[in-house]
Ligand binder design. Structure first.
Ligand code: SF4
Length: 381
């Protein structure tokens, strides 16, 4: 039975992440504001899907939804949802992945930190990770006995691919005495060479707590620069070194977009991600991870926003906060957007070797220690 549960604004808070699994495997729970509550035994219909997705405007024709497009998605969505129940599978979706996946078949949606916790807690035997390979690897590190499948067709991420294990070993020789902190956007073999993993949601607090002044942060150059500035702002004595990797999506943003939007929309709030350049972050009204941005949107009274992060988050905000307006444009991540419903169905039906995440046990164990250090630091919160 499917329970379609569209919560009204005054009945339920808008969640930063949603979970269907928590309500039981047989139920389909989706909390979207401003939709009426429905209880149905039927599968999702094109009408229901279109009601969810029709508000998406930013991102042009690639991101917007017609009724016809929804009609095409619905048979795939229903087949995937049936199959995942049959196979005891769970689908984790990063907020940057296309909305028809996030709202159609996702059991959990969120950022790297939230999803890695979901991966750790799930009782399902199969995890389908609609995101990029390093996120699937994180799920596998935490769940060695589960099958982790990644449906994305484009294997990569400019940031994670900027560094490998050999590079880290070289850096550790050069910077001995430093605590090596890696961003979650790294491969399992890179995590295995580092001391503590962090996400964009917890990087500042974790580094502040590390009892070593000397920190080597990798691979994101901009996040390293932002981290250095934040430690100074907090009055903490830290010597921060950082690697030179970048995310090609966030690297694209500059202050000229901010100044243009500030002229055209003087009341708009500028929201950016810590993978953006320091100049961009300094000129933003709010800087945070994707789930922190969702929380900010929920709590602020502002009505207009420029989102300096991947388009998927703008789409999510347009669905979940229909009374708020996203101005300006956004940028697509080709890796995240290479996830398609057709491939989720394919990996559930008949996974190929390349779809399976496999990590040598010695690497997995060391990478697990690095992730475990992150969970321990955040538990001290
Ligand atoms: S947005 Fe895309 S390229 Fe940038 S860090 Fe995320 S997955 Fe990598």
């Amino acid at each position: 039975m499917n329970l379609l549960f569209f919560s009204a604004l005054d009945l339920f808070p808008r969640p930063a992440a949603f979970s269907r699994e928590a309500a039981g495997r047989a139920y389909f729970v989706l909390r979207i504001s401003n939709f009426k509550i429905m209880l149905t035994k039927s599968k999702i219909t094109a009408d229901q899907l279109y009601k969810i997705l029709k508000n998406i405007k930013v991102g042009g024709s690639v991101c917007t939804y017609s009724y016809k497009k929804c009609e095409e998605f619905v048979p795939l969505i229903n087949e995937i949802n049936e199959l995942k129940e049959e196979k005891n599978a769970v689908i984790l979706v990063h907020s940057y992945v296309s909305p028809e996946i996030l709202y159609g078949v996702g059991d959990f949606a969120g950022d790297s930190y939230g999803l890695s916790k979901n991966a750790m807690e799930t009782k399902a035997g199969i995890i389908v990770f609609a995101a990029v390979r390093f996120m699937g690897e994180t799920a596998k590190i935490l769940n060695p006995d589960k099958e982790v499948l990644i449906p994305g067709l484009l294997d990569g991420c400019t940031l994670a691919d900027s560094i490998n294990a050999k590079d880290v070993r070289g850096l550790r020789k050069e910077f001995s005495g430093y605590t090596f902190v890696c961003y979650v956007n790294t491969s399992a073999e890179v995590k295995a060479e580092c001391d503590v993993c962090v996400t964009s949601a917890n990087v500042y607090d974790i580094v502040a707590r590390i009892p070593n002044e000397k920190i080597y942060f990798l691979p994101d150059k901009f996040m390293g620069m932002n981290l250095d500035a934040e430690m100074k702002r907090r009055g903490l004595k830290k010597e921060i070194r950082y690697y030179h990797g970048t995310c090609y999506v966030h690297e694209e943003y500059g202050t000229e977009q901010i100044f243009k939007i500030r002229t055209e929309y003087p009341n708009a709030k500028i929201v950016s991600h810590p993978e953006c350049a320091p100049k961009v972050c300094e000129n933003s009204d709010y800087v945070g991870s994707t789930s922190q941005i969702l929380k900010y949107m929920k709590e602020t009274d502002a009505k207009e926003f420029l989102m300096l992060t991947e388009c998927g988050l703008s789409s999510r905000l347009e669905v979940e906060f229909p009374d708020k307006k996203i101005v300006g444009s956004c940028t697509l991540c080709r890796y995240m957007k290479s996830n398609r419903l057709e491939d989720i169905l394919r990996v559930l039906k008949n996974p190929l070797d390349r779809d399976r995440v496999v990590i040598p046990e010695s690497v997995r164990r060391r990478a697990h220690t690095c992730l475990e250090a992150m969970f321990q630091y955040t538990a001290k919160n």
